[in-house]
Design a protein around this ligand. Sequence first.
Ligand code: NAP
Ligand code: GDP
Length: 327
Amino acid sequence: MTNDKVILVTGGSGLVGKAIEWVINNDKGKFGSKEKENWIFLNSKDGDLRSVEATHAIFQKYKPTHVIHLAALVGGLFKNMKYKLDFLRDNILINDNVLHTAHQYKVEKVVSCLSTCIFPDKTTYPIDETMIHNGPPHESNFGYAHAKRLIDIQNKAYNEQFGDKFTSIIPTNVFGPYDNYDLQDSHVIPGLLHKCYLAKKNGTPFIVSGTGKPLRQFIYSRDLAKLIIWALREYDEIEPIILSVSEKDEVSIKDVADSIVKAVNFEGDYTFDTTKADGQYKKTASNEKLIKYLPDFKFTPFEIAIKESANWFIENYDNARTGNDKP
Ligand code: NAP
Ligand code: GDP
């Protein structure tokens, strides 16, 4: 047991944490479980990571050698617009507690999670890893964005002052099984899946927020999970790495709605509520750095990933997170 790795996954009950657990348990190739790796998946009932004491108690209990840090206050455009201070404070507290406690417990490596939505609003495209701090984020999510940007600053500071191996990954918009399907506060794919499911069930209109024109790159949670497992085992830089499908796989919100209509077999018409916000028009990110490391990585085709997510949601409707997920 002494040489075993103890890998603690904060936020292990969420969309991304559950996908990592699934890949560790189900992937028969290089991303699946390995001898001498003990994986521990935490949820908020194991301790509130906004509390220094609770965070210490968790590290004392598990004595992790490695940490994948996913726990965060997370939400889509509309939740970010409503709770800017909560997004700023909760995430600053969680991140500071996890990173500083990992430092104190001499954790060998921490991989934390940023997001492509933290990049500057006014920028050139494609966005790359060097551009995180080049200007203010979009005003709709400045609380979340500034808290997340600080992780990158902290990683560099821990490394430069103490040599800690703390790094970060930058996913685009994620979707898949175990997502948050709240009608108001979720991200666009789970939100629209839920709305389309209800429209079909109740014979009511399916209404998509905004104009449908914004562009996004989406990553299937199980693909992201594989890439995070790779990053933990093999990625050696402190600098962040964008984990994204290629620029040519960017889709519009209308494309997303069309795919969901197909996956749910919804036969009615749908409309756009243009009184609702569009958010940032696009955040096109480059996956060039990732592809240099993993030239053969195969992403799940978008339509297949949407179909798997829709099937999971329909089969698990009674237990899925569909409530009003306020902080
Ligand atoms: P999620 O489904 O909302 O899950 C959040 C996780 O964090 C849950 O396990 C939750 O525990 C835990 N958590 C929240 N507050 C906590 C607290 N105060 N103390 C302890 N645990 C707490 O989120 P996700 O979508 O998997 O996101 C994972 C990471 O990816 C986050 O860092 C997020 O910023 C990043 N990310 C997500 C997206 C996306 O589209 N979803 C895109 C880019 C980056 P409970 O289940 O017990 O509540
Ligand atoms: P973002 O990618 O960080 O902006 O976050 P979201 O996943 O919330 O996506 C927001 C985009 O999807 C905006 O252009 C919204 O107008 C559009 N959208 C359309 N319908 C919905 C919905 O039901 N929920 C959410 N969150 N966004 C929606």
